[in-house]
Design a protein around this ligand. Sequence first.
Ligand code: UGA
Ligand code: MN
Length: 242
Amino acid sequence: PIIYIVTPTYKRAAQMADMTRLAQTLQLVPSIHWIVVEDSENLTQPVSNLLRRTGVPFTHLCSKKPKNKTNPTSGRGVANRMKAIEWLRNSSINDGVLYFADDDNSYDVRIFEEMRWTKKASVWPVGLASKYSISSPILKDGKVIGFHDGFKRSRLFAVDMAGFAVSIRLLKQSKNPSMPYRLGHLEDGFLKSLKIKMRDLEPKAANCTEVLVWHTKTLSKKMPSWENVKKEEETFTQSNLK
Ligand code: UGA
Ligand code: MN
């Protein structure tokens, strides 16, 4: 089965650093299709170029995050992921696996072979996720009975975005797959929209004892103002010419 890897991405100083690392990880993985969805009005050149030189089969889309959401910090990557879901549902693809791979996480290539044979939904631990620095399904007799996660609240599926995959068949059979614009509730909302039950969850990564993916975050760096850069460069050059 082919794994459809959906990556939301947006313009920022660290974008190409993160995307290059992810692209070169995916170069090591057979039988995948990379769906990259930019949070922008138009496709951008740096991302187009990266996708072309990576050599992995891909689909390049864009979908700008709506402006008028009540909480501007909520729903990072939601519009993008929904765009990819729409693309998959309108396609003639009927089997395979869907995985949401954010552009700034770190992936051990073995995680892709773990998820490849997902029947409905598979789950596994994610390192460096939320308050406890690890998020993991809790198992009893090889069955998922709950979650160890720093953010539980009313979540039935207290998982990180990087901690699950679902089958395309399930996505296609489902009436109304959706992801809410609600901070912390994206994963739970999505899995509930697919009508997944706890008993459907297939634990992976040696019964959830191995960490094969990490929720890393690249330090954000502000771009300096062009005016300041110019001034500094001129002073520097002049003093060197003395
Ligand atoms: C956590 C979750 O792991 C994300 O899946 C979830 O979307 C996010 O919180 C949220 O609920 O807002 P976090 O590391 O805090 O992730 O978020 P980012 O890595 O900044 O963003 C998640 C993905 O969305 C990334 O692939 C990023 O490139 C993309 N994104 C982020 C956009 O497309 N647009 C944005 O404005 C921000
Ligand atoms: Mn992230």
